[in-house]
Design a protein around this ligand. Structure first.
Ligand code: FES
Length: 181
């Protein structure tokens, strides 16, 4: 659970017409109970804006005709819902059994130290003070035979080590350098 030291950020996000359209489409999939659209709408918001703010809770609860607490309790319960922006590069490390046995907790600690991800952003996600990097645990990534598994954006890395992390960081640095050139 997100502790009281992690209140939601106010947020200035303004959903545009395309977002509204997608939201209505999702709600339309649950004719028997608009409330069932709560989690899909939270995921939609997080995909669009990166994290869930006070504004997200207000907007979604109004949209579904619910009290804000009904949405807030989901945000504070599910670890995959972020109450703070994650880093520009976000490492998702599997903590389920096979990966835990193969050293994923050690890998998590190494990434945290390497990236200076020392600021807690709720639900166990740790972010570097400049917001560049973050690391969080996730559940099974369906690569148990090649543990430990890790994801960065949509890319999955199997038998991940701190060397994998170094390579990702180097490649992202090269990419930025070439874009700035
Ligand atoms: S236990 Fe980590 S991928 Fe399945």
């Amino acid at each position: 659970m997100v502790g009281p030291e992690q209140p939601l950020l106010p947020g200035e996000e303004v959903p545009g017409p395309e977002f509204e359209r997608k939201a209505e489409e999702i709600i339309g999939q649950y004719p028997a109970s608009r409330r069932s659209a709560s989690l899909p709408l939270l995921h939609l918001w997080q995909e669009e804006f990166g994290f869930l703010s006070e504004r997200a809770v207000e907007w979604i609860s109004t949209k579904l005709g619910l009290k804000p607490i009904h949405i807030l309790e989901l945000v504070t319960f599910y670890p995959m819902l972020h109450v703070r922006p994650s880093g520009r590069i976000n490492f998702k490390v599997c903590r389920t059994l096979s990966c835990a046995l193969a050293g994923s907790h050690e890998l998590f600690a190494q990434i945290r130290a390497r990236c200076g991800a020392t600021v807690s952003a709720g639900h166990g996600i740790c972010v570097s003070p400049d917001g560049s990097y973050s690391v969080e645990f996730v559940e099974c990534l369906a690569a148990c035979g090649s543990a430990p598994a890790m994801m960065v954006d949509e890319e999955e890395f199997e038998r991940a080590t701190i060397d994998t992390v170094e390579r990702i960081l180097a490649e992202s640095g090269e990419k930025e350098a070439s874009q700035g050139a």
